[in-house]
Design a protein around this ligand. Structure first.
Ligand code: ADP
Length: 258
């Protein structure tokens, strides 16, 4: 911003000085771009399943409804797409709530890590069984408590375990390892799945970032799970690390202070 300075009550053509103001707007522009990218992403993500649902409904109405086999297959696809849409909206609401209000632990409660692991493992075993994946967990008997919100802690584990199962082909293995070290609880979620290319690892926790969009969609992904995970880990004052090798598997290591 460049402005000439003229003294009041004097000849307006007599310039007595110049003011130059330099403002760095990089951050502002970056935020604006992130916001517009986000709206574009959301619209695209909502439109894709809707277009697919619409297409199958049209085809059914056009005559496919008379063929029992085709009808069942199309209805099945419509159901899967609708479920994905519902999950996407739920994840968006969760993320938008976190980003506008933060994760506040109004009342920090004592969380038994062991109980939550056992709880989510019942569900994980079932999911893994459907894909012929071996699921197991390993932890010490006397794990200490952590403090915060039990629901958020459960969501954190669910997202990581669900991903491990989603991105591991049949016949593979998913293992959860929990241990205490130097006043921290460590939770490792390890799989023998497809792995993540090195170049993608730094961007994994961004909203809507997916290594392979088509694949993520096929397995019901929304691209928001890890963005939510990152917020939860930060709220607990912890850290998350990823180790992965393409084609061999991944390991997500969460450290939460006691
Ligand atoms: P999504 O809903 O697509 O799974 P996430 O935010 O949970 O979104 O994960 C982002 C991306 O990170 C995924 O699309 C996938 O490419 C990659 N990813 C996450 N977890 C794993 C894993 N255990 N193995 C391989 N890739 C993974």
């Amino acid at each position: 911003i460049y402005k000439n300075i003229i003294k009041l009550n004097e000849d307006p053509n007599r310039i007595i000085g110049t003011l130059i103001l330099i403002v760095d707007v990089t951050e502002v522009r970056k935020l604006e771009k992130m916001r517009t990218d986000f709206v574009a992403n959301v619209s695209h993500e909502l439109k894709t399943p809707l277009t697919s649902i619409m297409g199958f409904i049209e085809t059914l109405k056009g005559g496919a409804i008379d063929n029992d086999k085709v009808r069942d297959r199309f209805l099945n696809i419509i159901e899967i797409e609708t479920e994905r849409l519902t999950r996407l909206i739920e994840d968006l609401l969760t993320l938008s709530d976190i980003e506008s209000n933060g994760i506040s632990f109004k009342q920090k409660v004592e969380i038994s890590v062991k109980d939550v692991i056992v709880e989510i493992s019942d569900m994980a075993k079932e999911l893994a069984k459907q894909k012929n994946i071996k699921y197991s967990y390993e932890m010490k008997e006397n794990l200490p408590y952590i403090y915060g919100s039990r629901d958020w802690f459960k969501q954190l584990l669910l997202n990581l375990v669900e991903n491990a199962i989603k991105y591991t082909p049949g016949g593979g293995e998913v293992k959860v390892l929990v241990y205490e070290r130097e006043n921290n609880i460590f939770i490792n979620v390890k799989d023998t799945g497809i792995g993540i290319p090195k170049k993608d690892i730094p961007r994994l926790f961004e909203r809507f970032y997916r290594v392979d969009k088509a694949r993520s969609r096929k397995v019901g992904g929304t691209g928001l799970g890890l963005a939510i995970v990152k917020h939860i880990v930060i709220a607990f004052g912890g850290k998350i690390k990823v180790k992965s090798e393409e084609g061999r598997g991944s390991e997500f290591i969460v450290r939460l202070p006691l």
